[in-house]
Write a protein that binds this ligand. Structure first.
Ligand SMILES: Cc1cc2nc3c(=O)[nH]c(=O)nc-3n(C[C@H](O)[C@H](O)[C@H](O)COP(=O)(O)OP(=O)(O)OC[C@H]3O[C@@H](n4cnc5c(N)ncnc54)[C@H](O)[C@@H]3O)c2cc1C
Length: 387
């Protein structure tokens, strides 16, 4: 470990690792990244791997489409196969109101040049005949969306960052941040201290703890999500699918496993990492309703991940006013894997140039004081849960 770094990143998930990689690739700044456990041990190694930029607000489309474009060339850029499968991402509508709302989003998407189109119920069944009858009223298809292997993305970014001299320290917990006269000075870890003028909090569901080390409170809360994988099945689902009104999402891996999650309708906030039988059966019921052929299929594994989220469900990215040298990239909720390359790249541009790029400007921390919240219609929100 060196004594000084230009930038210290706390958290070895996709946001921290992507950021480290882009800073090192595009500048000569010396970067250290501390991860308290193994790389990808947080939500980045536990997610549903789904990728799209088909949202409804200009702010979300702007940032996530930047990310999708980076995903498209990521394997070549990192020289590591992240297994990005671009077979399309379908947002399934299960009511006429939902379909109308997807049509509204389409207008904004086309202003950004997104490859999206509206499907009627017949189109959906022709595209994916395995979907149960009478469920879909239609959908919105993004042809260049899809899914990637989350472990591969983590390993790819970590390996490429190390090649560029980023010092990555797994199993090294950041225990304190030293702030003097309103400026970042150093980070203390379980294995020693390093001096630095800049710290980036990419600690996922632990963002609040890191913020408090620098005397800051974030408007975030931790949210627990469960997911599961079935035994391998013959390929029948090439696309990634989410059904927002059913609070569920899924895809089929190259090995044939059906991977996805669903939330319980009687959602209860919790930070426990234990799986629950109630959620397991909720996921299974929704899977079988959507795909009747899954009845009787065996579940292989199930796990839980924690994400952080804000009141408007959008992330907070950029500098923190009042503490010079403190930055955050937190509260990515259920959309931070797909947003990893874009979030990392945009924040690296700020760190290198000192100018906040337009894609992350709306996601500043001050919005919770000024009331300029980001309203994104095409995501699962707190109010959808517990309905
Ligand atoms: C079940 C589930 C399904 C999901 N599905 C999708 C999906 O399909 N598509 C999508 O885009 N997103 C999905 N998400 C959300 C996505 O996984 C997250 O938004 C994203 O991974 C957040 O990345 P991150 O780097 O900010 O945080 P994390 O990956 O959580 O990384 C934070 C890291 O910080 C470390 N850390 C914390 N405190 C310290 C400390 N003091 N010192 C050092 N290190 C510390 C943690 O150990 C952790 O590794 C899903 C999430 C879950 C849980």
């Amino acid at each position: 470990m060196r004594k000084n770094y230009d930038v210290v990143i706390i958290g070895g998930g996709i946001q921290g690792l992507a950021l480290a990689y882009y800073i090192a690739r595009d500048s000569s700044q010396r970067v250290a990244l501390f991860e308290k456990s193994y790389l990808g041990s947080g939500a980045s190694g536990r997610n549903g791997e789904m990728i799209r930029s088909a949202f409804g607000s200009r702010q979300w489309i702007g940032l996530w489409d930047k990310s999708l474009r980076l995903w498209e060339n990521l394997a070549a850029d990192l020289d590591f196969n992240v297994m990005f499968t671009r077979h399309g991402y379908l947002i399934l509508a299960t009511s006429n109101e939902e379909l109308e709302s997807l049509k509204q989003n389409l207008k904004t998407q086309h202003q950004f040049g997104l490859a999206t189109s509206i499907l009627d119920a017949g189109d959906v069944l022709r595209l994916i005949p395995a979907i149960g009858p009478g469920i879909a009223t239609g959908g919105l298809l993004q042809t260049n969306g899809g899914f990637a292997r989350h472990d591969a993305a983590i390993w790819g970014y970590a390996r490429a960052a190390r090649r560029l001299q980023v010092d990555i320290f797994p199993y090294t917990e950041a225990t304190d941040i030293v702030v003097e006269s309103g400026r970042i000075c150093a980070v203390k870890t379980a294995n020693g201290s390093v001096a630095t003028p800049m710290v980036v909090n990419t600690a996922g569901a632990h963002d609040q703890k890191i913020a408090q080390m620098a005397g800051l409170e974030l408007p975030t809360e931790s949210l627990r999500i469960e997911i599961m994988v079935t035994e391998p099945l013959k390929p029948f689902l090439a696309k990634a699918i989410s059904a927002p009104a059913m609070l569920c999402y899924m895809h089929q891996s190259a090995r044939g496993e059906f991977i996805g999650g669903a939330e319980r309708d009687d959602f209860v906030p919790s930070t426990s990492m234990r799986n629950s039988l109630g959620t397991t059966s909720a996921i299974a019921r929704k899977y079988v309703r959507l795909f009747p052929r899954l009845a009787g299929v065996r579940m292989m594994r199930q796990w839980t991940g924690l994400v952080s989220q804000t009141p408007d469900h959008a992330p907070i990215i950029g500098p923190v006013p009042g503490v010079e040298g403190l930055l955050v990239s937190v509260a990515w909720s259920g959309y931070g894997f797909m947003g990893g390359p874009g979030g990392g790249k945009a924040l690296s541009e700020y760190i290198i140039s000192g100018k906040v790029p337009p894609e992350i400007r709306p996601f500043n921390l001050e919005r919770f004081k000024t009331g300029q919240l980001v309203n994104e219609p095409a995501i699962i929100k707190k109010e959808h849960r517990g309905k």
